[in-house]
Ligand binder design. Structure first.
Ligand code: ATP
Length: 436
């Protein structure tokens, strides 16, 4: 199944309203995607799970939401203006271009038509635009290529407003933009994407242990949300892959159909970022250590993940096919916390007003506690299939018997097991299943 898993997932995403091609009615904008009704719920649930685990369940991490547009000096200090390049090679014959790092053996030969490629030329990945009505160099601003810098530049604001003690961190989720030379593999590499990043400030002594702790913590986050351990691995960067200031970096990689690829990177960035911003802003970026009565530059551990890549990995991992009575049942075995809809309420007969009325009432009641839907737009078999493909853990069916015994049938997505549950007890029953 892995051979065409990507095609199957892309097709399910369109069929069920998870992800659509952007501007499709105009032929689409290449490698740009829109999240549909189920897609946005799934993505929101992933972000909420991250926020809960990285901010709300801790008392040492503060959430922020910083601007996409920043002072251009930020990108000088961070090194993005000077160093955020990929090497690009062009084909003069078929007019295609390639990222040098993606080219296999012969980097001079066009993989499409065999003609000679140009030398690799540096291509800055930042999107550049102008702030205000005058397009001149003094007004240049960039769409941020990472959310991280918004946190470094707020380091002093957090010290002054929240008075945290080391170690502590900042976290944010937000859009980032990179003018990638070769985007592709569905939502894996795009030019507009979302990141979930933490900047964790810690004592220089022991920063390597803190880094190891974060690698484990972030790896387990994916496993706890149901990723198959066989599809997840850690890849430690070799010395020659590391940025000159970094002490260590590990990628958490998922086994996509196109091979193990990065979901998230965890790096020990030392004190590089704070010192750079001190140099460029003229503001002292230190922390006062009360115990030793001295100023220090904390080291920074940065777990930096992509929301869209995580979403794609959870979709890929959840996609399953089963043979049921000679038919193929397609389902998304999403973790219950991530499933876009937790319960679908379905009337067995939509021409019986009493059944419809009860089903609608149940769904309104469930909606107050979790994501629930009412659907009567097809036969029960079709409705089950749709909900299986959307990853809905529970279907609740109201039938003729419900009118007499005041019970409904609850069907579990993965096992297809059905049990009768009293309507009065339904919400408690589902909540228990959804929270355990
Ligand atoms: P890659 O090597 O795949 O280009 P990277 O090492 O440049 O990624 P980082 O700068 O570490 O990526 O960014 C942190 C995270 O942001 C990545 O792990 C990934 O999940 C996400 N990300 C980065 N670039 C993209 C992109 N073009 N499209 C989607 N997600 C991205």
């Amino acid at each position: 199944m892995t051979d065409n898993l990507m095609d199957k997932v892309i097709s399910l995403c369109k069929r069920r309203g998870f992800i659509f091609q952007s501007s499709e009615i105009y032929g689409g904008l290449s490698s740009t995607w829109d999240y549909g009704p189920y897609g946005v719920e799934l993505k929101n649930n992933i972000k909420a799970a991250w926020w809960r685990s990285c901010v709300q369940e801790r008392d040492d991490i503060f959430g922020v939401d910083t601007a996409i547009l920043m002072h251009p000096k930020v990108w000088e200090a961070s090194g993005h203006i000077q160093n955020f390049f990929d090497l690009k090679r062009d084909c003069s014959s078929c007019k295609q271009w390639f990222k040098e790092a993606d080219l296999g053996g012969d980097k001079n030969k066009c993989p499409e038509c065999g003609a000679k490629l140009t030398e690799g030329k540096p291509f800055n990945l930042m999107f550049k635009t102008h702030q205000g009505p005058v397009e001149e160099s003094a007004n240049i601003v960039y769409l941020r290529p990472e959310t991280a810098q918004g946190m470094f530049v707020n380091f002093l604001n957090i010290l002054d407003s929240r008075h945290p003690k080391l170690p502590f961190g900042l976290a944010q989720i937000g859009k980032a933009f990179r003018n990638e030379i070769t985007p592709g593999n569905f939502t894996f590499r795009t030019r507009e994407f979302e990141q979930m990043e933490i900047e964790y400030f810690t004592y220089p002594q022991g920063s390597d242990e803190m880094y190891e702790k974060w690698v484990e913590e972030r790896f387990n986050w994916y496993l706890n949300l149901g990723i198959n351990p066989q599809n997840l691995r850690k890849r430690q960067h070799q010395k020659d892959e590391l940025a000159h200031y970094a002490l260590a970096c590990t990628d958490i990689e998922y086994q996509f159909p196109f091979g193990f690829s990065e979901l998230e990177g965890i790096a020990n960035r030392t004190d590089f970022d704070l010192k750079q911003h001190e140099k460029f802003s003229g503001k002292e970026m230190t922390y006062f250590d009360d115990t030793k009565k001295e100023k220090i530059y904390p080291h920074i551990i940065e777990p930096s993940g992509g929301v869209d890549r995580a979403t794609l990995a959870f979709l890929m991992d959840a996609y399953s096919e089963e043979k049921v009575k000679e038919e193929t049942r397609v389902l998304l075995k999403l973790h219950k916390n991530l499933a876009p809809v937790k319960a679908a309420v379905l009337p067995l007969l939509k021409n019986r007003p009493q059944i419809v009325e009860i089903a609608k009432k149940i769904s309104w009641d469930l909606k107050k506690s979790f994501a629930a839907v009412y659907d009567d737009t097809a036969s029960i078999g079709k409705l089950y299939r749709r909900q299986d493909e959307a990853g809905t853990p529970f279907c609740v069916t109201v039938d003729v018997q419900s009118l007499e015994d005041l019970q409904v049938t609850v069907r579990e997505r993965d096992t297809m097991e059905q049990v009768r549950v009293e309507i009065d007890n339904l919400k408690r029953y589902l909540l228990e299943k959804l929270t355990n």
